[in-house]
Design a protein around this ligand. Structure first.
Ligand SMILES: Cc1cc2nc3c(=O)[nH]c(=O)nc-3n(C[C@H](O)[C@H](O)[C@H](O)COP(=O)(O)O)c2cc1C
Length: 219
């Protein structure tokens, strides 16, 4: 698959959460998804367990069903809509409220268009985490995030945009039914919409200065 001309540092700094710039009309070849996932499974896994699975959803009715669960979650009490409304209401001034309203538009766009995104990738892990101790949970969840991020980086290097989402997990059991996942044995950890991007130039994010978060030798 053709690769974008990006240095490793550019790849690491410009793999952004893409929502409004997903090309909803351009098909994504199954081979490019396979290629990205074959790179993803080179990531570390706790104890070499490789207890990961990736469900690639391209069927329109399956995507619609997942998007409906995602929409239901955003509208639930305490869900994304509530959080966005509270954030805007708590803004210090009109300028900040206008800025937050603009920012809120982006997750809302994804909510409205998720069913149109040509590929949904659902990373899963064998075994449920609910009854594990915090230490065991760290390894359980930790087993899937490096591979998930590698997938997102590989996708970006091939001109695809992604965004890590977790909201549909409010209705994980219903999503498991949609996808035929054995819920008691296999846990979904997110849903990654994947599409070619509209344009390929992305900027690094604004971040707190490193000094504010860096602790050398001790807190
Ligand atoms: C663990 C995790 C869960 C997230 N869940 C969602 C989600 O459900 N929906 C969504 O639109 N974005 C979700 N995001 C994306 C973030 O809201 C945010 O847009 C992203 O991290 C990019 O932020 P940045 O522009 O500061 O890099 C999630 C991100 C992470 C790391």
């Amino acid at each position: 698959m053709p690769m974008l001309d990006l240095s490793i540092d550019e790849l690491l700094t410009t793999t952004r959460a893409v929502r409004k710039r997903l090309d909803l009309t351009r098909p994504v070849e199954p081979e490019v998804i396979r290629e990205c996932l074959s790179l993803a499974v080179q990531a570390p896994t706790p104890g070499g367990m490789q207890n990961w699975h990736f469900i690639v959803v391209t069927d329109p009715s399956q995507r619609e069903a997942l998007a409906a669960l995602y929409r239901k979650s955003t509208g639930s009490p305490g869900g994304q809509e509530d959080i966005l409304k509270h954030m805007i209401a708590a803004a210090a001034d009109e300028q900040e409220a206008a800025y937050l309203t603009r920012i809120a538009d982006t997750p809302r766009y994804l909510t409205a268009h998720l069913h149109e995104v040509p590929v949904h990738v659902i990373p899963c892990v064998e075994g449920r985490a609910e009854k594990l101790s915090a230490t065991r949970q760290a390894a359980h969840w930790g087993g899937i995030w490096p591979a998930t991020w590698s997938f997102m980086l590989a996708a970006r290097s091939r001109g695809l945009g992604t965004v890590l989402t977790t909201l549909h997990l409010d209705f994980e059991q219903e999503a498991a039914e949609v996808l035929g996942i054995p819920y008691e044995q296999v846990m979904q950890v997110g849903l990654i919409p994947v599409a070619y991007t509209l344009g390929t130039t992305f900027k690094p994010a604004a971040r707190k200065p490193l000094e504010a978060v860096l602790h050398w030798n001790r807190w």
